[in-house]
Write a protein that binds this ligand. Structure first.
Ligand code: ATP
Ligand code: MG
Length: 716
């Protein structure tokens, strides 16, 4: 008699089962959105553990976001019951690499408690190096150097591997020199940046056979979700680890490759079959997520891309509602409509956690937040660093870093005179000189300089107090819960008092944020673990229990699904982005179209697309035309409505060859002349002469937004 089927296989279709059960040898699952790739990968993880093919610690499972890792962990937990206490090597590329690197840091000249720098620190450091190299920092900016170095790191190139031609890309051939200086400086402060996590590990695996062997032996099975978005350095890293056993299973969808700007290479999909000859390629074609209308709408849009690997998608689901396209006057009206739609969903009994609003760019969330605060709609913002990017949070984190990591010079620099305590630039320069001369971290140099008469008496006194405080706080690290220590530190350092003295609504919002920070810390066992959490991109929600509407970028929504999805701002210049339009190339436009495909396919039951005729972008009113992607939606799967005259035929006409894209602008706003040049998509960027009532309304809403404390925005 047949043994009963294990629970993790229940409900899976034939090709999914194949992906789960083909445990040995290379496997590539190539399939469209919502076909159960992640579900199959999760079942595969369960299968490997349940059949004792591997212990949880012998499986490397890579996901694209922390949220995805958490969901997979939960799903495996549910499938396996209590028998699995955790899969230690399940996480994002960065979190897994960080964990490995801490074990072998000394092989690349770091200590295991190295700091992971954020963009702000990175830019500050690069700027110092550019200035020190006598390069015009206005012409050759730190930001562009950061982008360049990041690109090199994504390709797996150390400074030694940068040739003269590549080096040309910065300050007339000095790119390589600055890259090398940057790496040296990072090492000196015992830090690395995001790209280093992978690059350092790659170097270690390439140059230390024993370490490579150790991981090749450990990882009996390797699996990778969202494979289409791996960059070269991630690919090389995987290939090294999988070389010996070749039990690697990657799942992906070329149509969902949306991170090429971060160095992702779809070509890795094609490379896979070459590097792992005999790889089994599995295709999944049944979509379990969305209704036929949603699926057809998404397929219709992506069909406009060339060079696709191509695949079939079908679904058994009931037909459901058509995709709705709603044209509105402007951004605030869009936010108002979305709010109303969500409220009417609530009356139907739809929970807020079933609803997501996806935007192309961060700036779009502001108007939505504004509206939601006004109507009391609970929401959270996922993805991006909004919370941790705030100045007060960064200051607090710098204090914590100084405690955790005495060599963290960048953190020390940030706090040494914040709040102002009379340690001016001169004193800091002296400190730097001593530190450099003696090869000491700044905190140590600070202790040393107190014994000299380099500083003015008052600066010396202040610095002495600060050093004393730091030592005291460090001492408390073992006896106090670290969240409590953070509160004390903020009080004793005068930081809290500084904000209180401001007596502004803004400052009280900042104080609330600090309270929130301490609350977030309580969830972590050690200060080190918390700081690590902050360093890695966290899309974690602190109050996951309360139902809230989710607002996030399309990029952050990858792999996720919601019953109801609102897609805001489908206008030329917003989506596709102005940048993609300016670059002009087909490649960037196709990447935007893949984003559109990802966006629509997040919806299970209802998808509503918005476009506004007027939009304020970075403070400037712009008249806009509907996105070309709106026009690419197959008419039979769309239901269109607009608050302006013309309806669907209007936006269709705007995109037809004879149609004038600015006809509606002229109609709605007599006397308004669209500036049309070669790049007519740019639309007219001159401010509209708004009617006074509308202007007053906009100003009031902007003011109310600025006045609201923003503590409601959750972490991450
Ligand atoms: P994406 O490309 O967006 O990452 P995906 O291919 O990873 O999508 P999943 O998220 O794994 O798709 O699955 C989509 C939905 O379909 C989920 O709700 C999942 O539970 C469900 N699903 C997957 N496989 C099956 C199946 N065999 N039977 C029923 N439902 C399934
Ligand atoms: Mg998935």
């Amino acid at each position: 008699p047949l043994a009963p089927e294990p629970p993790y296989l229940r409900g899976l279709n034939e090709p999914q089962r194949e992906a789960v059960l083909t445990s040995e040898g290379p496997v590539l699952v190539l399939a469209g959105a919502g076909t159960g790739k992640t579900a199959a990968l999760t079942a595969r993880l369960a299968h490997l553990i349940a059949t004792r093919r591997a212990w949880p610690s012998e499986i490397l499972a890579v996901t694209f976001t922390n949220k995805a890792a958490r969901e997979m962990r939960e799903r495996v937990g549910r499938i396996m019951g209590e028998s699995v206490e955790g899969v230690p090597w399940l996480g994002t590329f960065h979190s897994v690499a960080a964990k490995m690197l801490r074990r072998h840091a000394e092989l690349v000249g770091l200590q295991s408690n190295f700091t992971i720098l954020d963009t702000d620190d990175q830019l500050r450091l690069l700027k110092q190096l550019i200035v020190a190299a006598d390069i015009d920092e206005k012409r050759f900016t730190a930001r562009s150097l950061a982008g360049l170095i990041d690109r090199w790191k994504n390709r797996g190139w150390t400074p030694a591997e940068i040739d003269a031609a590549e080096s040309e890309a910065f300050a007339n051939g000095r790119g390589q020199e600055l890259y090398a200086a940057y790496q040296a400086r990072l090492k000196a402060v015992n830090a690395c940046d995001f790209g280093d996590l992978l690059l350092h590990m790659l170097v270690i695996l390439k140059t230390h056979r024993d370490v490579l062997k150790q991981y090749q032996d450990r990882f009996r099975y390797i699996m990778v979700d969202e494979y289409q978005d791996t960059n070269a350095s991630q690919y090389l890293w995987l290939r090294l680890l999988a070389q010996e056993r070749k039990n690697i299973c990657c799942v992906g969808d070329d149509d969902q490759s949306i991170y090429s700007w971060r160095g992702a290479e779809v070509a890795n999909i094609l490379r896979f079959e070459r590097d792992f000859p005999g790889a089994k390629v599995i295709r999944l074609e049944q979509n379990y997520r969305s209704t036929p209308h949603i699926l057809a709408a998404a397929s219709g849009v992506i069909a406009n891309n060339g060079g696709r690997l191509g695949k079939t998608l079908w679904t058994d689901e009931a037909e459901g509602e058509k995709v709705r396209v709603i044209g509105v006057w402007d951004g605030p009206e869009e936010a108002r409509r979305i709010g109303e739609e969500i409220e009417s969903g609530q009356r139907r009994g739809e929970g807020l956690d079933k609803v997501a609003i996806l935007v192309r760019a961060q700036f779009q969330t502001r108007e939505l937040e504004d509206r939601f605060i006004a109507i009391g709609m609970p929401y959270r913002i996922v993805g991006g660093f909004r919370f941790y990017e705030r100045a007060e949070i960064r200051d607090a984190l710098a204090y914590l870093r100084v405690i955790a990591q005495p060599a963290d010079d960048l953190a020390f620099e940030r706090i040494v005179n914040t709040p102002k305590r009379g340690i001016g630039d001169k004193a800091v320069t002296k400190l730097h000189q001593l530190a450099r001369a003696e090869g000491l971290p700044l905190t140590h140099a600070a202790a040393r300089i107190l014994d000299t008469d380099e500083l003015t008496p008052s600066a010396r006194r202040s610095l002495g107090n600060l050093i004393g405080d730091i030592a005291r706080w460090r001492g408390k690290l073992t006896e106090l819960p670290h969240a409590e220590l953070a509160r004390q530190m903020l009080d004793e350092s005068g930081y809290t008092a500084m904000l209180q003295a401001e007596r502004s609504t803004e400052a009280s919002g900042r104080l609330e944020n600090l309270t929130e920070l301490a609350r977030a810390m309580e969830e972590y066992e050690t200060l080190g673990a918390f700081l690590e959490h902050v360093s890695l991109v966290m899309d974690n929600d602190a109050n996951a229990e309360d139902a809230k509407v989710t607002i996030m970028t399309i990029h952050a929504a990858k792999g996720l699904e919601y019953e109801t999805v609102f897609l805001a701002g489908w206008e030329e210049g917003v989506f596709p982005s102005q940048r993609a339009l300016d670059e002009g190339g087909n490649a960037s436009l196709e990447e935007e179209r893949r984003l559109a495909y990802v966006a629509i396919t997040r919806a299970r039951r209802r998808a509503t697309i918005f476009h506004a005729a007027n939009r304020r972008i970075y403070g400037q009113w712009t008249s806009s035309i509907p996105s070309r992607f709106v026009n690419e939606l197959p008419a039979e799967h769309v239901e269109s409505e607009t608050t302006m005259s013309g309806g669907e035929s209007l936006w269709r006409a705007q995109w037809s060859e004879q149609g004038d894209p600015f006809a509606h602008v002229a109609r709605e706003r007599p006397g308004y002349a669209a500036t049309r040049g070669p790049g007519w998509q740019r639309a007219a960027t001159k401010p509209l002469d708004m009617n006074p009532v509308k202007l007053a309304e906009v100003k009031a809403s902007a003011a109310s937004f600025a006045a609201k404390p923003r503590a409601d925005i959750s972490l991450g």
